[in-house]
Design a protein around this ligand. Structure first.
Ligand code: G3P
Length: 231
């Protein structure tokens, strides 16, 4: 499962990228507005940090405008993926953008047939919003499993399931078990993936024990050993 980071905050993207586990970035109009910066400069800057797909969303009601915006966004950087809402006009625009070889991420998916529509339109990614489904007392990760199964029934569809609206590490476990191709995660939830109290306490115990080792300078010892053994 690929890990995308779901933010437009450049500091968060830089920090997570340094961890070496970020495969791409998703943004949406709310995330861009929250940071307060210029939309296109922000997308371009993200593309210099992460060498992977970067979703940038069109904002329009009609397919013609979405297609025009999408074509322009795709020119900002080769890694830009045009994010399109799952409306009649959005699916129409996705079909036209796909036909021109432009990558798309169809967003705001809440039921399996919407995902099949996006796949038939040639979407690169479908984004089911699992947290918002949990918010209304249904099963968000059940939706992921249904879409993965439906897509696998029709191997000629190559749309990837990009689980979105992830709120916590348990969502990530469920997405991975369900076979999501990608999960996009807010920075805070991504940071929590590292945590376990037994990792923390175990690491503290190893560090404390090492204080009793006579020569604990690993770098100095290894360098000397390598020189002595001609390595
Ligand atoms: O990628 C979509 C995501 O940003 C939506 O998350 O938490 O607003 O439901 P949320």
């Amino acid at each position: 499962m690929k890990f995308f980071i779901d933010t437009a905050n450049l500091d968060e993207i830089r920090t997570a990228h340094r961890w070496g586990i970020v495969d791409g970035v998703t943004t949406n109009p709310s995330l861009i507005a929250k940071e307060g910066g210029d939309f296109i400069s922000t997308i371009a800057e993200i593309c210099t940090i992460v060498d992977g797909p970067v979703s940038a969303e069109v904002v329009a009601e009609d397919a013609d405008t979405m297609v025009r915006q999408g074509k322009l966004l795709a020119r900002v950087h080769d890694n830009v993926v045009v994010k399109v809402p799952l409306t009649v006009e959005g699916i129409t625009a996705t079909s036209r953008l796909s036909a021109e070889g432009i990558k798309t991420n169809v967003t705001l998916c809440f039921q399996p047939m919407q995902a099949l529509l996006a796949a038939k339109a040639g979407a690169t990614y479908i984004s089911p919003f699992i947290g918002r489904i949990d918010d209304i007392s249904w099963g968000g990760t059940e939706l992921i499993a249904q879409i993965v199964e439906i897509y696998s029934n029709y191997p000629d569809l190559d749309t990837q399931v990009l689980a979105a609206s992830i709120r916590h590490p348990a969502h990530m476990v469920e997405c991975a078990l369900a076979g999501a191709h990608v999960a996009t995660i807010p920075f805070g939830a991504m940071r929590k993936l590292f945590n376990h109290p037994l990792t923390t306490s175990g690491n503290a115990a190893f560090t404390k024990a090492w204080e009793g080792v006579p020569d604990s300078d690993i770098e100095g010892q290894v360098t000397a050993w390598l020189a002595k053994n001609g390595r």
